[in-house]
Design a protein around this ligand. Sequence first.
Ligand code: SF4
Length: 62
Amino acid sequence: MKKPIIDYDLCIGCGSCVEVCPEVFELKDDGKAYVIKAEKCSTCNCEDAASICPVEAITLKD
Ligand code: SF4
């Protein structure tokens, strides 16, 4: 199962990953997206979140 990793130097807090995959990602008060439940990745297709990120901040690791 792949785990999404967010590069916080790149993330601009646009919220797109949260819209695509709200079970896995959450926007926090600091304006960055965080992975809250990586194990949910298998059910909500984080490939989409990675590809929709406008700054390519999300990578999927084994
Ligand atoms: S889609 Fe990318 S830039 Fe937007 S909040 Fe998620 S990780 Fe950050």
